[in-house]
Design a protein around this ligand. Structure first.
Ligand SMILES: [Mn+2]
Length: 408
């Protein structure tokens, strides 16, 4: 607000002296009454109304009366001070920080301070969130749906045991493996396998468990307490795991109209795997082409003439997998011609036939940790896609092999 000139104040003082009424004086000057009042208050502050009590905008602070012998007033002091302003209101964006009181001898309130501060939680939190989501800028684009897809096909992408966050050292285990290798290899294999896959209208990506090597920063398997060789930056590992999975989903979205994402907790990552599922469901919440299923130990799905199930493989033998599916899915079992069960955990390709169920284990893209290297396990590494036909069951499969460490 611009400050008033002395001239404006003087005019207000003169008009008030002449008309002896604020209303008339304001009218005479052609000012709204509130404006006139403000001019008059400023005039009073500047001493233009003299010092007779009580000036506009002032209030009596103190009166001292000096009496003579017969009780008459000899002299009188009247002290005025600026009137209080409007009722105090906390400005927006500020919150009450505290009140300090000035009290008299009896503890009665005389005056005080109302202290406010910036409502710091809000701007800081927003700033932090903005900074965090800055990393996702441009990544959250909606992948356009493919133009032509085969509605009778379902592409199943089993991803078994990538053990993201595992650390192994070539001189000890025969191959180096770390967060960067795991992430890059997973993305390379996924982009090749998605490119090779048939143009199925639907896809199911099944994380068969042990997506992460370590469940938390204790760096042991939660149940058996086996010591793990890990990349120590746990949060970085968590984040990399989410990002890699998101990229795979986005690749699948470019090829298939609908993508279902299944996360099965492994023995290495029962909670970390659930957190992964949660992060993914938050990210794809508004994308109708993506469905993230609730993480559970067992997963079943019927596609036309095929009933299939999945588990990590640490809790059930192949025979029990087949039997669990028969019991849990009685109706679909009876109505379907093809029965298939997928699992991971053993880090190798293996096919059992139990009754008419093909119980199949999938190899991993991960290299061996010290435990596996020392145990003599030597299986090939690969990523596969299996395409099911609505009527005819398994229709085709493609495979991306990772060469053995000595041939890379
Ligand atoms: Mn496992």
């Amino acid at each position: 607000m611009q400050s008033l000139s002395d001239e404006q104040c003087r005019r207000a003082a003169a008009a008030q002296a002449e008309h002896r009424s604020e209303r008339k004086a304001a009218a005479a000057l052609g000012l709204p009454r509130s404006t006139f009042k403000l001019h008059l208050h400023r005039a009073a502050e500047r001493g233009m109304l003299g010092f007779k009590p009580v000036l506009p905008g002032f209030a009596i602070k103190q009166i001292a009366t000096n009496r003579n012998g017969d009780g008459g007033t000899k002299s009188e002091w009247i002290q005025q001070r600026k009137e209080s302003g409007d009722k105090f209101e906390i400005p927006s964006g500020q919150i009450l920080k505290g009140i300090s009181a000035y009290v008299d001898d009896e503890g009665r309130w005389r005056s005080g301070w109302i202290k406010t501060r910036t409502d710091s939680a809000a701007p800081e939190l927003i700033g932090a969130l903005k900074a965090e989501f800055e990393a996702y800028r441009g990544r959250a684009h909606i992948v356009p749906a493919p133009r032509r897809t085969e509605r009778d096909l379902l592409a199943v992408y089993p991803i078994a045991d990538p053990h993201i966050g595992m650390l192994s050292w070539r001189p000890q285990t025969g191959a180096d493996y770390d967060l960067k290798i795991a992430s890059e290899r997973m993305l390379d294999c996924a982009s090749s396998i998605v490119a090779k896959a048939d143009r199925a209208r639907e896809a199911t990506i099944i994380n068969l468990g042990d997506w992460y090597h370590a469940n938390d920063q204790r760096n042991v398997t939660p149940k058996s307490k086996h010591q793990l060789d890990v990349d120590g930056r746990w949060f970085k590992v968590q984040r990399a795991g989410v990002r890699v999975f998101r990229s795979i989903i986005d690749m699948a979205l470019a090829k298939h109209e609908r993508v279902e994402v299944v996360n099965i907790p492994g023995n290495h990552d029962p909670e970390a795997g659930a957190a992964l599922a949660l992060a993914l469901s938050g990210f794809y919440e508004r994308n109708r082409r993506v469905k993230i299923t609730f993480p559970a130990d067992l997963y079943y799905r019927r596609f036309g003439n095929t009933l299939f199930g999945a588990a990590h493989g640490d809790k059930l033998t192949p025979g029990r997998m087949a039997m669990a599916m028969a019991v849990d899915q009685r109706e679909a079992w009876g109505a379907t011609a093809y029965h298939w069960f997928l699992f991971g955990h053993i880090h190798k390709d293996k096919l059992d036939t139990i009754g008419d169920v093909r119980v199949e284990a999938f190899s991993t893209i991960a290299d061996k940790d010290n435990h596996a290297a020392g145990g003599g396990w030597r299986s090939a590494q690969a990523l596969q896609v299996i395409t099911l036909h609505r009527r005819n069951g398994e229709d085709s499969r493609q495979r991306v092999n990772i060469p053995p460490p000595s041939m890379r």
